[in-house]
Design a protein around this ligand. Structure first.
Ligand SMILES: [Zn+2]
Length: 139
């Protein structure tokens, strides 16, 4: 729980770092492939096979990681579910659900109950996860 805002800038920072690593790995892998061809042309078959192996693993690994990161980034971009705050009246049990507002925290006293005018408390703050064709409300 917690860590609601300021995660998007950190995500882009991390992904650019990952992209750099992928780029370096890819460059090393391609260099290994070029060296493999050179070693083969010289007649050094064993070294050529090793370099080819390193090159292919590097390419496969960086492609895989790139694919994973792209997927994660797309998911982050598409899904930004709203944060919901649940307010409950301790006296009559009246429940109200509204959008999260800055400064909301659990057990914070908010506006009085619409039914009995008693003070209401925030009982839950959560991010709504929307599934296709479903609502997250169990009631
Ligand atoms: Zn009430």
């Amino acid at each position: 729980m917690g860590q609601k805002s300021a995660s998007s800038s950190a995500a882009t920072k991390v992904s650019s770092f990952v992209l750099l690593i992928i780029f370096v790995t890819l460059a090393v892998a391609l260099a290994a492939l070029v060296l493999a061809v050179q070693a083969y042309s010289i007649g050094n078959d064993v070294v050529a096979v090793y370099l080819l192996f390193i090159g292919f693993i590097g390419v496969a690994l960086s492609t895989y990681v790139l694919f994973q990161t792209r997927q994660r980034m797309m998911r982050l971009r598409i899904e930004t579910p709203p944060i919901t705050t649940t307010i409950e009246c301790k006296k009559c049990g009246f429940k109200n659900v509204r959008e999260f507002q800055r400064g909301d925290y659990i057990f914070k006293e908010v506006e009085p109950c619409q039914k009995c005018n008693e003070k209401m408390l925030i009982t839950a703050i959560y991010r709504e996860v929307r599934e296709k064709g479903k609502t997250s409300f169990p009631y």
